[in-house]
Write a protein that binds this ligand. Structure first.
Ligand SMILES: O=C(O)C(=O)C[C@]1(C(=O)O)C=C[C@@H](O)C=C1
Length: 250
């Protein structure tokens, strides 16, 4: 069995910050491009939904065939009606409880992304690049979703580390106490500080003479920390909580 530890789980979360910040930078290259999210823009035959939904549903279908969702770290946004994988099944280590498969907070991720995150880091305007915009949305959505659902692994590690603390709270469904037990405020503060710093490093204009052009970053570092503080960390904790509450006990 693969050896997940709190250190290795946290190292993965740190690594995933890179994907999220580069995803933000990539999406921020385009203005808001409202037709991407606007039902009335598309008249795609046999499809009812936004342009983004069209791209995501179809991409997920092809990625499902290619085996993406065989990996327990991946959670689709539209799990209903996905085609089965057509490739040989790689046997990923069974680290999580079987209840994990049912935990999917992507509906919340989707809504939060559109209603809260996008308006915070994207400029207003329309340059017609809807397909490119939707593609950057999808890869960012997938990075955020993977990070948040990685909470399942973090929670399992924590549970195995102190089952005597977690079991009674799970039995009594004490959400408040569970939330308190899985929270580490000092780690959260470090995460928020680090993503701010990474946004400065990754988002600077690099020039050959005289290093970095001052002042302007490709995505606002304070917005990146705010996104983490307000949405990404709290959602990761919600995944941990839901996972623990549905975890089987012996
Ligand atoms: O590192 C942990 O222990 C986590 O559970 C991850 C995380 C996070 O989302 O970054 C969430 C809850 C903790 O309070 C600290 C950090």
């Amino acid at each position: 069995e693969y050896n997940y530890t709190l250190d290795s789980a946290r190292a993965s979360l740190v690594r995933q910050e890179d994907s999220i910040i580069f995803g933000l930078i990539e999406r921020a290259r385009f203005p808001f491009n409202s037709p991407t999210y606007n039902q009335t823009y598309t008249s795609i035959p046999q499809f009812h939904g936004t342009f983004l939904e069209f791209l995501v549903r179809n991409t997920e279908a092809i990625q499902a065939k290619a085996g993406r969702y065989n990996n327990p770290e991946e959670n689709p946004f539209f799990p209903k009606d996905l085609p089965p994988s057509v490739v040989p099944h790689y046997h990923f280590p069974q680290f999580l409880d079987s209840a994990a498969a049912k935990i999917n907070l992507n509906e919340v991720v989707w809504k939060t992304y559109l209603d809260e995150l996008l308006p915070m880091f994207v400029a207003t305007g329309d340059d017609g690049n809807y397909a490119q915009t939707a593609a950057t949305d999808l890869s960012l959505l997938q990075a955020v979703s993977r990070r948040i659902h990685y909470g399942k692994f973090v929670a399992e590690v924590k549970f195995r580390g102190s089952p005597k603390d977690y079991e009674p709270l799970i039995r009594s469904k004490d959400r408040t106490a569970l939330m308190k037990l899985l929270t580490d405020v000092s780690v959260e503060k470090m995460v928020v500080k680090r993503v701010n710093k990474k946004a400065m490093v990754f988002g600077q204009e690099v020039s050959l003479d005289g290093g970095v052009k001052g002042g302007k970053y490709k995505v606002d570092p304070s917005v990146v920390s705010l996104l983490y503080q307000k949405w990404i960390i709290p959602l990761t904790k919600n995944v941990q909580l839901e996972y623990l509450l549905s975890r089987s006990l012996h």
